[in-house]
Write a protein of this length. Structure first.
Ligand SMILES: [Mg+2]
Length: 208
């Protein structure tokens, strides 16, 4: 029997699905110019011409089904799945059937996971399932979870890069990572070994 190393949640959008490039395409159309993903420096895209009130019009079946996986995410979450317990927790609730579409997308893209949970307050399933931490791209969610004593791995995206970690507010419970190789390395080596400021040096990982 395989020993389970960790029980951790994984967010869907912005961690497994490449919402950044999908939004860059939408923003390019709206602005009639090429908008790069690096310009999306806020979780809200109002300053790029897409206020929250209009955003929901774009979040339909076509949007979610056409997302690409984030680089290396499928291969590495599937490797972690071999000896970790990994439910996916998403706040997606944009239309009836979004969770069926979500499940189909994961199946079509070959992503392995233990459970698929829809919940805006991610602390609820994290506590109910007794999970150790979550991998998440929304800084505000990480901060909210940190305040509840829950550790998070913040997946770096243009919209969360500006935040300073290791503050009194986040209690040092948010650890940021650059890519899926760093997630894999951090989890395999035990996230408690890495402080917020630890520079990870895994030379094997950066080239592919
Ligand atoms: Mg997300």
């Amino acid at each position: 029997m395989v020993r389970i190393k960790n029980r951790f949640a994984c967010d869907a959008d912005g961690v497994l699905t490449d919402t950044g490039s999908a939004f860059a395409k939408i923003l390019s159309k709206i602005n009639n110019r090429s908008v790069s993903q690096s310009e999306i420096t806020e979780y809200s895209m109002a300053n790029l011409g897409l206020p929250d009130s209009e955003l929901k019009n774009y979040l339909n079946n076509q949007f979610y089904m056409n997302l690409s996986p984030i680089k290396n995410s499928v291969k590495l979450i599937n490797e972690l799945f071999q000896d970790n317990y990994i439910p996916i927790i998403t706040a997606r609730d944009q239309y009836d059937g979004v969770m069926q579409d979500t499940e189909t997308w994961f199946f079509d893209n070959g992503v392995l996971f233990d459970d698929l949970i829809q919940e805006r307050d991610k602390s609820i399933p994290i506590k109910e399932l007794g999970l150790d931490f979550i991998v998440e791209d929304c800084y505000e969610t990480c901060l909210d979870l940190a305040k509840k004593g829950i550790k998070t791995i913040l997946f770096k995206q243009p919209w969360n890069k500006k935040y300073k970690l290791g503050t009194e507010e986040d209690k040092g419970l948010i650890k940021s990572v650059e890519d899926w190789h760093e997630i894999h390395y951090t989890i395999n080596n035990g996230i408690d070994k890495f402080s917020v400021s630890t520079q990870l040096t895994n030379p094997l990982t950066k080239n592919n």
